[in-house]
Design a protein around this ligand. Structure first.
Ligand SMILES: Nc1ncnc2c1ncn2[C@@H]1O[C@H](COP(=O)(O)OP(=O)(O)OP(=O)(O)O)[C@@H](O)[C@H]1O
Ligand SMILES: [Mg+2]
Length: 484
């Protein structure tokens, strides 16, 4: 994707964007890792410092021991102690015990450190203890010098020097860690920025551009040639945008076609109305051939007018305005029966109505009548001679079931159920009847579903909530098949 393709600024504020967060997190994690490394290091460093003192103390004792008795004096001992940085030294060997002290008596001891028995954890605890001290303490450290395993040396020294060395060590580690973490963070930042943040930002900007005008084909994202997850995401996004763009284009084309069909229908209906008037006169002609074909001609024209009207109605009804009121459901079903009877051709149909005659429901009576008419009309036109209409009315919903003993839905009707113009498998059918039923039921906040269909008959179930909204409801014109 080119940079020029990215116009809208979709970046969030400073420190809230991905890059800044990654930068801060990287610094924090590297520092945390350094703290974890520093803790045992500083404990070990303290131990090394004490061992070093013990070794030096041992060497001082050896030096003292090698001198003749006559040369020994307090000044010399003080000098040796100063060089060893000790207040007193005691050397224990299997044969003798020697003391070297600045005064007659060694100073009082505040803390005893026996390196021979120290564990990892006790070293860590003591290191923290030393770092946390504010007053100087005298430590008595006991250990074995490196080059004489038989000897034991005890050194008394002031803890201040030890603490200062440890603080220096910690400061060095801290500055080094900071340096490492900044370098690492910068590297991680740059690579993440390059690999993830920039492509994601471009994708977000590409989405925003596409959203502004999905009909503009040039706004479809051009995926980068990457084989990783980001590349896949970009490819999928581009594909999705292509599909949305295509669907929109097709919808617009269909809308234009629909408008044209509506205009043609309108004019055709008027022309057909004139044809009805003219053909009415044919019945007065005595010619037997004219008499024979006239009813068929009239029927064909009626069917054509019906088709035009239905299509026009469907195209113009974008919003179904409900006018709910309370009425008797059984009366409505009986009216449907009467209407279908009067429209002729179904004298043999037996109606079984299992609905409480006192039950009142709240709905749009006119629309519901139309919906029931369409469902029952289908059953009769399919060849059923028995229709069972039952209803259950509870506090929260009304369930109406319409069952027939017809031949069942054809495969085409079943596959395209509720799809406008597509589901009709009946000669002269428009394929709008069930779509209208579904629209009416949806506008009431309800649902229609096919309960069953087979050679023994078909049943539909309509469910409408008891408390329907009195506001206009947009028609749901999806292509969903609804099969219970
Ligand atoms: N009870 C039923 N028994 C058998 N087939 C049915 C039944 N109800 C619907 N169908 C089938 O479903 C198709 C679609 O019905 P729909 O009412 O949507 O359209 P139509 O009846 O063909 O046309 P119209 O728009 O004039 O009603 C019908 O053509 C019919 O084949
Ligand atoms: Mg129908």
């Amino acid at each position: 994707m080119s940079d020029s393709a990215v116009t809208p600024d979709t970046s969030p504020g400073r420190f809230r964007n991905l890059s800044s967060r990654l930068l801060l997190l990287t610094v924090a994690f590297v520092m945390l890792a350094e703290v974890l490394i520093w803790t045992p290091s500083v404990a070990r460093y303290r131990k090394t410092l004490i061992e070093d003192r013990i070794d030096r103390a041992y060497l001082s004792m050896l030096a003292l021991n090698s001198l003749p008795e006559t040369e020994l004096n307090q000044d010399l001992e003080n000098k040796l102690l100063q060089q060893t940085d000790a207040l007193a030294i005691i050397l224990n060997t299997p044969t003798r015990r020697m003391l070297m002290s600045a005064g007659d008596m060694p100073p009082a001891v505040d803390l005893m450190v026996d390196l021979r028995t120290e564990s990892f954890w006790s070293l860590i605890m003591e290191a923290f203890d030393t770092l946390g001290q504010t007053e100087s303490r005298v430590i008595r450290a006991v250990g074995m010098p490196g080059n004489d395993p038989d000897a034991t040396v005890e050194v008394l020294f002031d803890e201040t020097g030890l603490r200062t060395a440890m603080l220096d060590f910690s400061w060095r580690i801290f500055t080094l860690s900071l340096f490492i973490s900044l370098i690492t963070a910068a590297l991680v930042f740059v690579s993440l920025q390059w690999l993830i943040v920039r492509p994601i930002r471009r994708m977000a900007a590409g989405m925003a551009r596409f959203r502004e005008n999905p009909e503009d084909e040039t706004r479809i994202l051009k995926p980068m040639p990457r084989s990783d997850e980001i590349g896949t995401a970009q490819m999928e996004l581009a594909e999705m945008q292509r599909q949305v763009h295509g669907a929109l284009k097709q919808k617009n084309r269909l809308a234009a076609l629909g408008a044209a069909v509506a205009k043609i229908n309108h004019d055709l209906r008027n022309t057909l109305a004139t044809a009805v008037l003219v053909s009415d006169k044919l019945q007065y002609i005595e010619d037997p051939e004219v008499k024979r074909v006239t009813p068929r001609l009239m029927k064909a024209i009626d069917r054509a007018i019906d088709l035009c009207s239905q299509t026009l109605n469907y195209a113009s009804e974008d919003v179904l305005a409900l006018r709910p009121r309370s009425f008797c459901l059984r009366d409505l079903i009986e009216e449907t029966e009467a209407n279908l009877e009067s429209s002729g051709g179904q004298t043999r149909v037996v109606w079984e109505i299992d609905v409480d005659p006192d039950a009142e429901i709240v709905a749009d009576r006119r629309h519901l009548l139309r919906a029931l008419h369409n469902v029952c009309d289908n059953a009769i036109k399919a060849g059923s001679d028995k229709l069972t209409v039952s209803a259950e009315i509870s506090d929260d919903r009304i369930v109406i079931e319409i069952a027939d003993n017809g031949p069942g839905l054809s495969d085409k009707a079943r596959e395209n159920l509720f799809k406008p113009f597509a589901g009709s498998s009946r000669k002269g059918g428009t394929g709008l009847g069930l779509v209208i039923v579904r629209d009416v039921v949806s506008a009431h906040g309800g649902d229609i579903s096919l309960l069953y269909s087979g050679p023994d008959g078909t049943a539909f179930r309509i469910i409408i909530p008891s408390d329907i909204s009195p506001h206009p409801v947009a028609l749901a014109r999806g292509d969903t098949n609804k099969v219970a």
